[in-house]
Design a protein around this ligand. Structure first.
Ligand code: NDP
Length: 245
């Protein structure tokens, strides 16, 4: 995939929502999608970070972004409905949805995993993408073709000791992807896939591996060929796939 060279206007006139767009991989994906022509809806919980990404997009001459602050920890089904209604009203459709935001939670044996932390993590990593997808399907169905991307992890494909709720949540994300892809395959022009970004230089990786030298890791920009491929029309026939960056 590193050899994929996206057309400069790959995402021209597309409306794409990115969760966790203020930092890490989500920030880079938002910038990259905008630079390839998309109007990006920047969703996240820290408004100052979203504003910085918004400014960077504007300064690059890309289509103006839209900021939608939302804390996935506390958002209700009603909040997602309002988001879906707003997108339909303002944009008429949604061409792409990148579920990127997630939290790491504690790494500890299941026996000692704090129950509250488990519930909080599942809210952000699993319940939020479920509720959001459910509410945004009418907007996705209004697009000529649309791409939904879930963000997984190696521990979402094979369980690993002490990765607790995070690992289990990523298995759930793979399940969401498979069920949704299967439901939509015959009945819509929406494709649904997951991406495991692999070890990438971000704040989350730093928290998980504090002693690691970040310069040994790939950066979020190195993932962009795959993130662009799965979001754009070149992947039109790809659905239900668990992809690796
Ligand atoms: P970061 O922690 O750097 O960024 C996560 C983003 O999600 C931040 O913008 C954060 O907002 C946002 N976010 C977290 N909680 C919430 C919330 N409650 N409401 C709204 N937004 C929230 O993580 P990465 O960029 O590293 O990770 C991106 C994705 O890739 C995740 O799904 C992660 O699990 C996955 N991944 C990452 C790997 C890596 O090596 N980096 C490896 C495998 C998978 P804020 O800036 O306000 O904190």
């Amino acid at each position: 995939m590193e050899n994929y060279s996206p057309a400069p206007d790959l995402l021209k006139d597309r409306i794409i929502l990115v969760t966790g767009a203020g930092d890490g991989i989500g920030r880079t994906a938002a910038l990259s999608y905008a630079q390839h022509g998309a109007t990006v809806i920047l969703l996240g919980r820290t408004v100052t970070k979203l504003e910085k990404v918004y400014d960077e997009i504007r300064e690059s001459g890309a289509p103006e972004a839209i900021i939608h602050p939302m804390d996935l920890q506390n958002a209700s089904a009603e909040d997602y409905k309002i988001l879906g209604d707003n997108i339909l009203e303002q944009c008429g459709r949604l061409d792409g949805l990148l579920h990127n935001a997630a939290v790491l939670g504690p790494r500890t044996p299941l026996q000692f995993y704090p129950v509250d932390s488990w519930m909080q993590l599942m809210q952000v990593n699993v319940n939020a993408p479920f509720m959001m997808t459910r509410a945004l399907l009418p907007a996705l169905q209004a697009a000529p073709e649309a791409s939904v991307i879930f963000t997984s992890s190696s521990v979402g494909r094979k369980g690993r000791a002490y990765w607790g709720g995070y690992s289990v949540s990523k298995f759930a994300v793979e399940g969401l992807m498979q069920v949704l892809a299967d439901e939509l395959r015959q009945t819509s022009a929406i494709r649904v896939n997951s991406i495991d970004p692999g070890a990438t230089r971000t704040a989350m990786r730093k928290a998980a591996y504090p002693a690691e030298d970040p310069s040994t890791l790939k950066g979020p920009e190195d993932l962009m060929p795959l993130y662009l491929y799965v979001m754009g029309s070149d992947s039109k026939s790809v659905t239900g796939q668990a992809l690796n960056a």
